[in-house]
Design a protein. Structure first.
Length: 152
């Protein structure tokens, strides 16, 4: 692993990022042993750039102008709160730069977006086998006792 000496910058997704976004999101999906059809890629990218408040937002992490990570998040209502909550759905850092602040910078950028939107509540899920990411998550968040169930 090469040590990054440059500063990580985080910025919103732009139309010019489609190829890098596809590469990063494909790698993310592959890590979780899944994939998505082309129609989902096209629809998701369009939604990420759209202005519908229901849609996700994407942030890109860069080092030296090269995209090395991404996050997708959205705000939604919650029955137990007046204000919206923020769901961080996807977080990915290229394996070559893991452990060097990319994930933390992306999470902190989502925290800042949540603060700007008037909510302190940011949550996400991860697989129990994702030990590397969980080391970071244990430093920047609190693990809850909830167990996720899903319709078969």
């Amino acid at each position: 692993m090469t040590k990054i000496s440059q500063t990580v910058s985080v910025r919103p997704l732009s139309t010019a990022d489609e190829a890098d976004w596809r590469r990063l999101w494909t790698d993310y999906l592959t890590f979780y042993e899944t994939s998505a059809p082309e129609e989902v890629y096209e629809t998701t990218f369009a939604r990420l750039l759209g202005d519908d408040p229901q849609d996700f937002t994407c942030l890109i992490a860069e080092v030296d102008g090269t995209p090395v990570g991404l996050t997708h998040y959205l705000f939604h209502r919650h029955a137990w709160k007046i204000e919206n909550v923020c769901y961080l759905q996807d977080l990915y850092a290229d394996p070559a730069v893991r452990g060097q602040g990319i994930g933390r910078a992306l999470i902190e950028a989502v925290y800042a977006a949540a603060d700007a939107a008037g909510t302190q509540s940011v949550y996400w899920l991860t697989q129990d086998f994702n030990a590397t990411a969980r080391q970071l998550y244990d430093r920047v968040a609190v693990k809850t006792p909830f167990i996720r169930y899903q319709r078969p």
